[in-house]
Design a protein around this ligand. Structure first.
Ligand code: ACO
Length: 427
């Protein structure tokens, strides 16, 4: 591969070009500032690769998403979420024995220390589940002070497993506290998804058996969310980890980053948008018109993506699943029809076509979560549960990388020039 050459004034600098597995090319600008006194300006890091990663491959033009080389549709169809957790952590799909051991180890760590109940109870009942999850994740670090060294591979592994095991319990307990119901302890005889649903929806007074349709849908949704390269929250996790903060603090940072409506918070925002459309009886043309109006801050939530410029392969799978799941559960939700109409109108509209705006992973997922019985403001914690193995593998990849550096971007300072202080009584 030939190098790249940059000319600035009378000087010229040759920059090496690195090539990824799928032929992606990256110019290494490591010597740019020391040689030419230049930094790069790249808003939103849209053209910046922080480093190499072997976790996930995305081709936004062709709508390709693969974890460790495996296409997302195959993973969603043929594996369990814990298999995907294993794949993302260790690079390969597990053998049957490896999977049994992994499942056994996750199952053994699902309990929370009894004292953590006080933590949930310190929040107002109406607190948003994302805030509680981030705080509880951060608090977990205080229970395992001997397992926080990011350079101790064994400590990292057990901490990653604890996070995978305990996050469903933290989410379910935050919900139980909010709805004034007793906490339900993990049941180690159940699989990962059924155990989570049991902790969420069972009450001591009644026997609860999770509907297999819901268990299957949850497994698929968690897999589809499991990783997505250097997105906002994964970059936050890596950034915090780059300073050698412990894995719990780094994951808590990822949860906070995910909460915003331009990122994971969009699944809640989509549902609220669809709800408002149905409640107000607005027609979809008016909604699409508003989304195009530059004087109106309203955007069509669940539409558009920084990377996908053709279609989001996750959205295609979820759209079909939404129809199937609602059908199997016998749910007739008017929101699904409104979502379909919105998509149809937007995909024909020049504004959306020119800007290559398509439904993203969040457009249809909320409709399934709602049919499964989850309240709207819990959708983003479900995204976090799915994304957790991705965050963990991204963090572990960086921690184990001998070439990793603390993240420390430059800036172009555009503030005032040097000036002297005028004493306060003279200002
Ligand atoms: N509705 C209306 N217009 C939109 C939308 C939308 N949903 N998304 C982008 N646009 C327009 C922008 O106004 C801009 O128009 P302009 O060129 O005339 O100024 C153009 O499309 C490009 O948009 P940007 O915001 O520059 O694209 P960017 O890559 O920075 O943002 C993002 C991507 C944040 C996803 C954006 O499309 C958006 O806000 N979508 C709605 C929120 C959403 O669904 N987020 C979830 C993303 S998936 C995820 O994180 C899991």
């Amino acid at each position: 591969m030939s190098d790249a050459v940059i000319r600035f004034g009378d000087e010229e600098l040759t920059l090496p070009v690195h090539v990824g597995t799928e032929g992606e090319k990256g110019v290494d600008i490591g010597k740019l500032r020391s040689s030419l006194g230049l930094v790069t300006v790249d808003r939103g890091f849209a053209n910046t690769a922080e480093g190499r990663s072997s976790v996930t491959y995305i081709n936004g033009e062709e709508g390709i998403l693969r974890y460790r080389g495996y296409p997302i549709d195959q993973l969603a169809e043929e594996t369990s979420f814990l298999e995907v957790c294993y794949l993302l952590q260790y690079g390969e799909l597990p053998s049957k024995t490896e999977l049994d051991d992994f499942e056994e180890s996750i199952t053994r760590h699902t309990l929370l220390r009894e004292d953590t109940k006080h933590l949930f109870e310190a929040f107002p009942h109406a607190a948003h589940p994302m805030q509680i999850l981030a705080s509880a994740t951060s608090a977990l670090a205080t229970y395992y002070p001997d397992k926080l060294d990011p350079l101790d591979a064994e400590a990292v592994d057990i901490s990653a497993r604890r996070l995978i095991a305990k996050t469903p319990t933290m989410i379910a307990w935050s919900y139980k506290y909010r709805v004034h119901q007793p906490y339900v302890y993990p049941d180690n005889s159940l699989d990962y998804g059924s155990n989570f649903l049991n902790m969420m929806f069972s009450v001591p007074a009644e026997k609860y058996v999770a509907d297999p349709v819901i268990v299957k849908a949850l497994n698929m949704l968690l897999i589809l969310h499991a990783d997505h390269g250097q997105n906002c929250s994964s970059s936050a996790v890596r950034l915090v980890g780059s300073g050698h903060a412990n894995i719990f603090s780094s994951i808590a940072a990822g949860i906070h980053a995910l909460s915003g409506p331009l990122h994971g918070g969009a699944n809640q925002a989509v549902l609220e948008m669809l709800d408002r459309i149905v409640a107000s009886g607005q027609d979809v043309d008016t909604v699409v018109k508003r989304a195009k109006d530059k004087d109106d801050p309203f955007r069509l939530m669940g539409f558009g993506h920084r990377v996908y410029k053709n279609f989001d392969p996750r959205a295609r799978i979820i759209k079909q699943a939404a129809a199937d799941v609602l059908d199997s559960l016998g749910v007739d939700d008017p929101l699904l029809e409104v979502a379909r109409q919105l998509e149809e109108v937007a995909l024909e509209d020049d504004y959306f076509v020119e800007r290559k705006l398509y439904p993203n992973v969040d457009f249809y997922s909320g409709i399934i979560y709602r049919a499964m019985g989850f309240p709207t403001d819990m959708f983003t914690v479900l995204f976090a549960l799915g994304r957790l193995p991705g965050w963990l593998s991204q963090w572990r990849e960086l921690s184990a990388d001998p070439e990793a550096k603390i993240f420390r971007p430059r800036q172009l300072y555009v503030g005032p020039e040097e000036r002297d202080i005028v004493r306060v009584e003279d200002r």
